[in-house]
Design a protein around this ligand. Structure first.
Ligand code: URP
Length: 412
């Protein structure tokens, strides 16, 4: 018995090392295979919610997308969020895609080769999105490079690109080809401002032109995410981009821990907010299924959450400043990209360790329907918070705390 348990523990540890969950690609797959169909349905209802009262429907995939996925070894899944029928508005259905991927070459390879190899790897995934009729597509944070910010070595700055250069040009051609809006999260080099580096999402319209850009507002200073060594706090506010297919915004990675960041995109009218990310299991995995979903609910918009996959190792060891031994990797980027809807439903997540394309149809009418139903915007009392924030920003701010008078009374 003990041997079996040990054997099982060993198997689980090995599976965890390859990035799977006890040998399964995702929690959804694990539950689906482990539970009876009725129990799985009930567990799914509780875990990922119901969309308009129903279990989220899977959408059949185009044959060409399936062929690309098996030829190039990436997962592809598609779902459909519906909205109630309205009498005065037609449905506004858009097809949205998100891509998660690992890097290709070792981080010791030439930078030119590393970037080229990532472009080549992601291209068939974008082709699969195009073949599936995706209208808006978003890639992961700094998708064109290894996530080297753990190292604090400045040489990785060489990956930074001006907004209108290599990676944007590569995606502009594909945007035009597939009549698809593409969100392109890069490390940006701002040549006109003294070579300042930013963490930026470039929004490419469906005709291939650049609509605009957003620069990451909040920079992590946690664990090995030493990103403030590399780029500055964004200066583009909370823009919403009105595209041919809907109003979109981008909340880059660590910004997802800041509810006011999500709120600001909502106040500017976003209908879909993408959260291109790079984060690792040990640090943030329990937060991952919660934060974006909560933002979708609180702000009555859809969210596309994207995380890279795999373990990236670097040539020189570094420490985390926590007394633990030096190491050469960040840990495992756990993928698990998914969509969340304003009615609290969400899709199952992509794999924890494989590249993948997740597609979802969304009827954007659902955003206003949820605003009408729950009235979160109408009941928000923003003036209370505006006053509090104005007070808080003053140097002489004192927290509003009312103490129990008995707490400070001397006992006789
Ligand atoms: N890229 C990035 O901002 N990562 C920070 C880690 C996290 O927010 O989980």
């Amino acid at each position: 018995m003990e041997t079996t348990r040990n054997g099982q523990a060993k198997e689980e540890a090995a599976a965890a090392r390859d990035g799977s969950i006890c040998g399964y690609e995702s929690l959804d797959r694990l539950l689906c295979d482990s539970l009876s169909p009725q129990v799985f349905q009930e567990v799914s209802r509780l875990l990922i919610g119901l969309n308009c009262g129903r279990i989220l429907e899977a959408v059949p995939l185009a044959d060409s997308a399936k062929a690309l996925s098996s030829e190039c070894n990436f997962d592809v899944q598609a779902f459909r969020f519906t909205a109630d029928k309205e009498l005065l508005r037609e449905p506004r259905v858009v097809r949205v895609g998100i891509i998660q991927n690992s890097i290709v070459l070792p981080t010791t390879a030439s930078f030119v080769d590393q970037k080229r190899a990532i472009h080549q790897k992601v291209k068939p995934m974008i082709d699969a999105a195009g073949a599936s009729g995706v209208n808006i597509l978003c890639l992961q944070e700094a998708w064109m490079m290894p996530f080297a910010f753990c190292t604090r070595e400045k040489r990785w700055c060489e990956f930074a690109e001006p907004v209108d250069e290599e990676s944007t040009r590569f995606l502009q051609d594909l945007a035009k080809k597939y009549n698809m809006v593409i969100v392109n999260p890069i490390l940006e080099r701002d040549v006109n401002h003294g070579e300042t580096i930013w963490n930026t999402a470039v929004i490419i319209g469906n005709h291939g032109s650049i609509i605009g850009k957003h620069r990451k507002n909040h920079i992590p200073r946690v664990g090995d995410f030493n990103e403030s060594t590399y780029y500055m706090e964004g200066n583009t506010g909370h823009p919403v981009f009105e595209t041919a297919f809907g109003k979109i915004a981008v909340n880059i990675c660590y910004g997802r821990h800041h509810p006011l960041n999500w709120l600001a995109f909502g106040l500017n009218g976003a209908e879909i907010v993408f959260n291109p990310s790079a984060t690792v299991g040990e640090l943030s995995e329990p937060m991952w299924p919660i934060e974006a979903r909560n933002a979708a609910i609180a702000n009555s918009y859809f969210v596309g959450s994207i995380n890279r996959v795999g373990t990236e190792t670097f040539p020189n060891p570094f420490t985390s400043g926590d007394g633990k031994p030096q190491h050469i990797d960040f840990g495992h980027f756990y993928g698990s990209s998914h969509f969340s809807a304003p009615d609290a439903s969400c899709t199952p997540s992509l794999s924890r360790h494989r590249d993948g394309l997740l597609i979802s149809d969304m009827d954007l009418n659902l955003c206003r329907q949820l605003k009408d139903k729950w009235g979160f915007r109408m009941t928000s009392r923003y003036n209370l918070y505006a006053d509090l924030l104005a007070q808080y920003l003053k140097p002489d701010f004192e927290p509003q705390v009312i103490s129990d008078p008995l707490l400070h009374k001397k006992s006789s």
